[in-house]
Design a protein around this ligand. Sequence first.
Ligand code: NAD
Length: 261
Amino acid sequence: MTTQELTGKVAVVTGGANGIGRATAKWLARRGAKVFIGDVNLLDENQQDFADLNISEQRCDVRIEADVQGLIEQAVRESGRLDILVNNAGIGMVKPITEVTEEEWDACMGVNLKGAFFGCKHAIRQMQRNGGGAIVNTASNAGLLPRQHDPVYSISKMGLVGMTKSLGLCHAKDNIRINAVCPGPVCETGMMNADLAQSNDPEAMVRGFINASPLAKANNRMITPEEVAETIGYLVSDAAQFVTGTMIAIDGGKSLGVSQS
Ligand code: NAD
């Protein structure tokens, strides 16, 4: 058995109907895990996509504690345990702080930060009963370095990085590992496609993303959802048995602070 074999493991992935979450759900299921997706927007096309995989989906709004608790309890009721949680649901917020309304602040913090709090709270309770588990939070490059164009998103992801470190420390004694991935711009996700659709010059936008990341530039392409899923998969697997409270940047070296001038 390899250390990335997940047969018999039970996983919950929030925001798993699209983008990075969908790629992660498939990665986990292909290695033998039973995967429960919770998402506000279930896509018809996934029924075909997931047909040969042990993945089930249910509607869940991570801003609502009862929804997240229900998702986790459903996984435990059907499969008897919970080993893995990926707090992946997220939304963007591209505005200067001077233009952000209270509702927009609450929406961004509600999904990106409070949703992960609810996930951690209810998953940790179950994992304590199991004798351990692994949680990965999908943060962002913006959780490592502030950005000028989306400060509220950055604040939410910095909070998620803080949650990862704090809870990683608190629950190591329970054999529960809590880590985060911090991707740079990822292609072919709902969030990225929406950003590109709003741009006057999407090609220039993609070129800008590629040029800002040394490895993206070297390979002349953006990071894919599947590449983020690989790192999440590593972090939840036994290969990362002694890894907790860490952030892995998946940004091709962008956060190393290479000067663009
Ligand atoms: P995506 O839009 O494809 O996926 C996000 C998923 O979250 C969607 O399926 C959406 O329906 C779901 N979602 C939104 N609000 C929800 C809610 N209230 N409750 C439950 N589900 C909800 O986008 P993605 O890029 O795959 O984003 C996944 C995560 O990756 C997010 O946390 C995002 O912040 C992070 N991220 C994305 C990028 C990128 O460039 N795409 C970069 C860094 C981090």
